[in-house]
Structures are given as C-alpha cells and as structure tokens.
Unconditional design. Structure first.
Length: 228
C-alpha cells in the first residue's frame, strides 16, 4: 500500500512538473494549436465555399490536421530533459520508469491533444459539418488523440538525439497513425449518413487500450536504449 502511494505521488510530481514547464513555455503549446487552426481554415479557401464539398472532406481534413499538429509537437517531448540531464535522473529513480514516462505522455496530451478537441467544434462549423458529425468529431478526437500521444512517445524516444530525427520520427509513427485516421473518419462519416458508428468507435477504443498498456513500457525501454 505504501509503495503504491509513493508511486502515485511520484507520478503526480512528474505530471505537475511537466504541466508547469508547459505553462512557462506556452509557445510550445500554441504552435501545434495554431497550425491545426491554420490548416483547417485554409481548406474552405482552397476548395471553395460549396457546403457539399466541405461536408464531404471535413472529417479527413480535421483528422489529418490533428495528426500533423501532434507530430509537430513530439520533438519537445524528451529533448529538453535530454539536454539538461533530467531524463537520466528520471530513468535512475527507484520508481518504474514506465509510470513516470506515462506522466509525461499524459502531460503531452493535456497540452496538445485536449486543446485540439476543445477547438474542433468551431473549426467544424467552418467546414459546414452537421451537429451529429460535430459530436462524433469531438468524440473521435477525444479517443484518438491520446493514441497519437502514446504512439508518438515511442517514436520520440527511438529518435532521441539523432540528427534528422524529425524525418525519421515521421517515417516511424505515421504508419501506426493510419488506423486511427481510418477508424475516426469512418465513424464520423457513418454517423453523418445515419449509420451506426459503434464498430469504428470500438476499434478506436481497443487501439487506445492496447497503446495504454504497452506504449509507456516500450517508450521507457526505448529511452534507455537511446541513452546507452
């Protein structure tokens, strides 16, 4: 019991530290969010204002923008800790590294994925999405963006400190992002057309559970390999 309380306290300390650092470095939070807004806002200008076209492409546009915005933010996940030596101290603590890494991933989602979920209704309206499509857009983003952070953490750990790591990171994790993109857009399109989206949402939920179980452990192992 005491061990579990100590583990929880360590997890909370890492999470609070990460959120405080993110607050002090607000540009790192705003950059992906502004990128997300700009990408989606440009599509009505590029393809024209026809509502039918905008409604057709809206699910894919929003999800591709969310995917790229998350990818843009992954470089900061472990780089600062690598340069100031905090990362080595984190991995040398008596607490399981995977638990502390999970705190960093949660912080990344709270500062990157959650803002995308909250701003998505306004951007969905600019693409003339229906109320049903808007609800399912938020729901799929709420389920899917944590997966992007969890998988992205693995890629960020594997490419940590490498020259040209950004390109390699994209090559590593984009194939793993594709199922989230397919199932999420499929759920929005199905719901918009009056069909059940439960199958798509179940697949996203299963993918989320799998990544929650394995991603923190794989990330911590990848960090040890990168530091050796």
């Amino acid at each position: 019991m005491t061990h579990n309380l100590g583990l929880l306290a360590s997890w909370q300390r890492v999470l609070k530290r990460e959120l405080l650092l993110a607050y002090r470095q607000r540009n790192d939070i705003l950059t992906p969010l502004i990128f997300f807004i700009i990408v989606i806002s440009l599509f009505p200008l590029g393809v024209g204002p026809e509502p039918e076209i905008l409604r057709t492409i809206a699910p894919g546009v929003i999800w591709v923008a969310a995917l790229l915005a998350t990818l843009l933010s992954l470089a900061r996940l472990f780089n600062n800790e690598l340069h100031d030596g905090t990362l080595e101290q984190l991995l040398l603590t008596p607490q399981p590294a995977s638990v502390l890494v999970f705190a960093k991933i949660v912080s990344h989602w709270l500062t990157t994925g959650l803002p995308l979920v909250l701003i998505s209704p306004l951007l969905a309206l600019s693409l003339d999405m229906s109320s049903t499509a808007l609800i399912y857009t938020m729901l799929t983003l709420l389920l899917g963006t944590p997966i992007l952070s969890l998988i992205g953490a693995i890629g960020a750990a594997l490419t940590l400190g490498l020259r040209g790591g950004g390109v390699l990171l994209a090559l590593l994790i984009l194939p793993l992002y594709i199922p989230v993109l397919i199932f999420s857009t499929g759920a929005i399109i199905a719901a918009s057309n009056g069909f059940s989206a439960e199958g798509h949402l179940s697949l996203i939920g299963a993918y989320l559970i799998i990544t929650l179980i394995f991603a923190p452990w794989v990330t911590s192992y990848a960090l040890r390999v990168s530091l050796d």
